[in-house]
Design a binder for this molecule. Sequence first.
Ligand code: ATP
Ligand code: MG
Length: 433
Amino acid sequence: MDDMDSRKAPRGVRDILPVESWKWAYVLNTAAGVMTHFGYSEIHLPVFEHTELFTRGVGDATDIVEKEMYTFTDRGGRSLTLRPEATAGMVRASLEHGLCGDLSRGQNGKLWCWGPMFRYERPQKGRYRQFFQIDVECLGLPSPVADVEVIALSAEMFRRLGLKNLEVVVNSVGCPKCRPQYREALISHFTSRKEGLCETCLGRLERNPLRVLDCKKPECSAIANDAPAVYGRLCEECAGHFEEVKAGLTRLNFPYRLDKRLVRGLDYYTKTAYEILSGDLGAQNAVCGGGRYDNLSESIGGPPMAGVGFAAGIDRIVMVMEQQGVSFGEKPRPQVYVVAQDGAGSCPEARNAAQVLTHRLRTKGIAAEQDGGDASHAARSFKAQMKSAGSVGATWACIIGPEELEKKLITVKNLQTGEQAPVPFEDVESHLA
Ligand code: ATP
Ligand code: MG
């Protein structure tokens, strides 16, 4: 317990401060636009679920379930877990509310959500214990058209955001029909080179040899590179599906790389697996990962239901955009700064009028700030207020002093050109174009 300091956030958890939060809003707004264009509806899911949903829906042989979950018992004695990912919750919600395929209720099983996920990981750059994902799931559609749509959606989101240097990597993990043969081929390959594998992979060898393909340790990596590929071992259905996915990506002009080591090691993951990697993220290089999971619904006790989707890490997206100097659009700023020239306290009416005008502009949809309303101290000098107007990036200063009060005027100053003009108090808005 190295971090028991109640003045600090727990290890691996951070505040997204105003200097960054407006960038997040830009990313989410852009994503929301893409979702609309691809026909996905937003859903808000709970951040905790029954623990069993994840042990069954993520899989108890995964790192997430074995080592990374925040699990607790509530006051009613239930075992609950802070969601480590969103897919299981999406499938749960879809089953619970009969969302999938119920077009009469405006539901087509195409859903997206965003929010915090929780994993007890070793915190480092691009890896946190509370992090945020945009999650997209297309439920009920077994066709490869859905796989291509989901991959295309993620790529379009990154295109609109302006991310550069991305690579789409795809693979197939087969299905429970053809995977057993592939498993055997892997077990025999890894057994023949057993001495070179790390402790963890030795443990996985019989139980889950696909996970060895995924190991990042250099010694295992070399052995995994020589492992047999799944291609040629897929059943007819999976092979056909994979060909269609690749053909679809080509048709839509998405270059991709095949990677035989890209896997999701569990039985309910089927067919397509993919990731989008950034050349600018170092070790934590995946901005997005996804694939098909046609057997997940049954594994949590539901009826058969196909599904394909992805999750993209918002923390990492923002990080890459910052690193690449990509624009986040315009930072929100006040359009107007209202300045009270109160002659060192001799004209409190000027301050009152400034308060009234600021509120009036705001209610008309004009972003306005005033002395004492920003981070500064109230009742500052005229000069200090004009300086604030500049530093917050306002386009206009509206100045009210004793003279303006008397004539029922406001001096409107364009802070870019320096031009200024007296304007009737009631007409200020029309001069702010
Ligand atoms: P990684 O290989 O980086 O651990 P993963 O395979 O565990 O990723 P997924 O479960 O597929 O990741 O999650 C999808 C995306 O969520 C990742 O591509 C990444 O952008 C983001 N992500 C996952 N774990 C974290 C984390 N601890 N902190 C920040 N972002 C994360
Ligand atoms: Mg991980």
